[in-house]
Design a protein around this ligand. Sequence first.
Ligand code: ATP
Ligand code: LTN
Length: 334
Amino acid sequence: MLDGKKSLFSGMQATGNLTLGNYLGALKNWVTLNEEYECFYCVVDEHSITVRQDPAELRKRARALLTLYIAAGLDPKKNCIYYQSHVSAHAELSWILNCYTYMGELNRMTQFKDKSAKHTDNINAGLYTYPVLMAADILLFQSDVVPVGSDQLQHLELTRDVAMRFNNLYGDVFTIPEAYLGKVGARIMSLQDPEKKMSKSDENPNGSIYLMDDTDTIIRKCKRAVTDSDNQILYSEDKPGIRNLIDIYSATTGLSKEEVEKEFDGKGYGDFKLAVGEAIVSVLKPLQDRYNELTADKVFIDQMIKENAEKASYYANKTLRKVQKKVGFPERIR
Ligand code: ATP
Ligand code: LTN
């Protein structure tokens, strides 16, 4: 809760080209929530360096991500859209919360296990304490809800545990956040391996639809999507490829699973895959056009980056000062 209004925080890493999974699992929900809450949408560039990045590339991607937030429909006048690294309170609160998080808790985090298995040459302490920085992001804004895909639920659970531990010691300092999962699209799977989630860091580009893919590429990737051989469009546990395509179709058209099954009753996979491709294009094309317009307007984007970082700092520092006082840091002399 911030100034009497419920608040919301979410963020994405600037680590690759955004996929349809990121859009349907996260961004799309963000847009529907922004009337109800005081919203903070962050480009979490500090999280990004837990995996080695090329500096020029990171800067470019962070700006592209921030622009995509707006292109997807987030109005920067109503939502606070900013870079994590522009608000130093994130790193400061993260340090404090490190001292209230147990190694046993961090040892259980599956994202750490997955990422350290993938980057064996660089298992750094930041990768390990990554969930604590995420907790700081969320708690700084007294967030009531955090819209994320289902892969982030474990981090959110940890955030709640740390916040409750802190509140038990010092009184009601933090709002305890809840995860917000969309009804459809919370877990979009790879088109090439429907047992694995669609991910922007996947080496096989055919498994993911990127938000900036052109029409032909989107249609081609859908046509090549891995499915079974029985040619029936049914939502079933033993048909992961088709189930994923139904999820995508229903998330992009707004139809329920049953309506999709009915629409394609008696039709084959070829027709269905083409329809899925076209539905994706109809959602992504307007977003791409808006993105291209926005990138041309450097002054507008620069101005909003500055204003929104100031707004985020104001709220974040309010929480940080409270926390610093509670743990016993000396008062500032004004
Ligand atoms: P990486 O591959 O670099 O780990 P990622 O594609 O998993 O990246 P993140 O930046 O970690 O993406 O996630 C941004 C948001 O998108 C998070 O809320 C996450 O839950 C959501 N998300 C990511 N992949 C999917 C997916 N396949 N389906 C639904 N939501 C997803
Ligand atoms: N860990 C998240 C990104 C992230 C985030 C957050 C999401 C960092 N801080 C705060 C929600 C709230 C990820 O990898 N997708």
